[in-house]
Design a protein around this ligand. Sequence first.
Ligand SMILES: Nc1ncnc2c1ncn2[C@@H]1O[C@H](COP(=O)(O)OP(=O)(O)OP(=O)(O)O)[C@@H](O)[C@H]1O
Ligand SMILES: [Mg+2]
Length: 259
Amino acid sequence: MNDISSTQARLATLGQLVASIGHEVQQPLAGIALNAGAALRWLDRPQADIAQARAALAIIVDAAAHANEVVRGIRRLAQGAEPDTSVCLLDTMLSDVLAPLRRQLTDQRILLSIDVAAGAYQVFADPVQLRQVLLNLVGNAIDALCGVAGRERTLHIAARPLVSAGAIVPARILITISDSGIGLPRHAPESVFEPLVTGKRGGMGMGLAICRAIVEAHGGTLRARPGEVHGSVFEFTMPAAPSQAADAATGSHSCARQR
Ligand SMILES: Nc1ncnc2c1ncn2[C@@H]1O[C@H](COP(=O)(O)OP(=O)(O)OP(=O)(O)O)[C@@H](O)[C@H]1O
Ligand SMILES: [Mg+2]
């Protein structure tokens, strides 16, 4: 590669890095802004409510730490570094990801069903990155469902061991997120994974590119296909945690550090 094309390639990589970071820190930054405003209002009351202000500040501290970890993870991804893996309990992590979205699901009349047996699926993944994948895929499904009228808005999330050529592949878990939303673009369904390709007003078109990069860094695959009747199905695989590591993951935390 000559100097100009190598500089252009590096600038393109840098551009994607910036876009990825911008995309992924939106949510924690919004949480920080919201809770900073709330903390100020609790303190500005004639009788300042210190306990409430403290609670809002604690949320800010967590969101800032999360944003920091997300940026670190994206930098590691761009450097081609190995994921910082732990044993992650899929059902608990999913509950964490869905908790802040419950209100939106109810408001948008989205029927959520989950087929992930409690404690049954433990994956070996970078918890921050796995969370990002789940959040992006569920967020996209919700966006696709908001454009639907005249039929049920359904969102189904399932996990099971991967089956290949009729045989279970015990080392890999398949996670499926299906929706009855507007469906993938018919002419070029694969284009949705390209960076900066978006079908939404205000979308960045980075979510799926980031998801695919994360899943592939874990040795897995992320695919999309049309739903059987309506909507779309996104499926990805993650390494299953070795059973001894799985046994070590206890308590209410969704992930137990191994290193
Ligand atoms: N579940 C889905 N159903 C239908 N189309 C989808 C679904 N998920 C993604 N898409 C399509 O793929 C495009 C790219 O998704 P991607 O998450 O990469 O970016 P985005 O959602 O447009 O923007 P953002 O970068 O803010 O996430 C979307 O704009 C949408 O057109
Ligand atoms: Mg998206």
